[in-house]
Design a protein around this ligand. Structure first.
Ligand SMILES: [Zn+2]
Length: 101
């Protein structure tokens, strides 16, 4: 075998090896990324649906505000705020407690 042939064979082999390694590494990386993103299927479900869930949550909050319905119950709100009289009082108490701490 001439040096030239030997060199070509070596180049070819290292190239194939490098490709195999790269593919293997790629597969591993993807798996690692997948498990990093989604530790379990519930989290995966949450991540895949969070935009939809957030939109729904926001939607109900804003539509309740628009309808003048308390965000904590179904009663009519005090004009200008998002709570009914009962929950406005609750909120005031809560704020008082939070401040006195
Ligand atoms: Zn209420």
């Amino acid at each position: 075998m001439s040096i030239r042939e030997w060199w070509n064979k070596l180049k070819k082999e290292t190239k194939e090896e490098a490709e195999k390694k790269r593919e293997g590494a790629k597969g591993k990386e993807e798996k690692a990324e997948e498990s990093f993103k989604y530790p379990n299927r519930f989290v995966k479900f949450y991540h895949l649906n969070k935009e939809k869930l957030n939109k729904e949550r926001r939607g109900s909050y804003t539509s309740r505000r628009k309808d003048g319905v308390c965000v904590r119950c179904k009663r009519k709100v005090v004009p200008g705020i998002v709570f009914c009289e009962y929950h406005q009082e609750k909120q005031k108490e809560y704020n008082k407690k939070a401040r006195s701490k």
